[in-house]
Design a protein around this ligand. Sequence first.
Ligand SMILES: Cc1cc2nc3c(=O)[nH]c(=O)nc-3n(C[C@H](O)[C@H](O)[C@H](O)COP(=O)(O)O)c2cc1C
Length: 198
Amino acid sequence: MSGTGRVVLGITGASGAIYGVRALHRVAAAFDEVYAVISPPAAIVLKQELGLTVDPDRPTAASLGLPLLPNVRFLGHRDFLTPPASGSFRHEGMLIAPCSMGTVGRIAHGVSDDLITRAADVALKERRKLVLLIRESPLSLVHLRNLVAVTEAGAIVLPASPSFYFEQTTVEDLVDGVVRRALQCLGAPVPDAREWGV
Ligand SMILES: Cc1cc2nc3c(=O)[nH]c(=O)nc-3n(C[C@H](O)[C@H](O)[C@H](O)COP(=O)(O)O)c2cc1C
């Protein structure tokens, strides 16, 4: 661990569940404390895409196919009695990966009906970093307007759109490239990030 404080991670029900799993692994390495929340639709996509059975009320690192992560505290998706639900809880930022258009829409309109959208709402009102690793294609006018709204409110919209110019060879390389950018947006040190032309 690098002594970079706390971060909140939300995993929602967009395609690309692998982004959520890789993001959790990497934020656990980059931050002192991680508060992780998984939405019920995310659990469905985790099953569909990765064959993982995850209980959104009681997620575990093992159920996500990860080793024990002692600095990760998993929170129930509707548990508003947990730290990220309150602005009094200080943290470095929040990442939602992958982030569905449903979650973008709820954040854009202040609908804090689960812990992920409440924590995002708190991050915006407290002027903390909020990084949304979005995935949908194509985008409707509704999606685009909601993406503008969250950007105007202070969020960073990071499309799950890998770059191909660093000679990545595997899906994992491409996914990790996007996740590294997400960590950089959160202000985390990313020692293995590559820089063009350097
Ligand atoms: C296999 C699967 C893939 C999906 N992919 C996407 C997607 O890429 N983007 C998206 O916005 N919604 C996607 N959805 C729909 C969302 O899961 C759905 O809108 C859900 O209500 C989102 O809720 P959440 O944001 O609370 O997780 C997908 C659903 C399933 C079952």
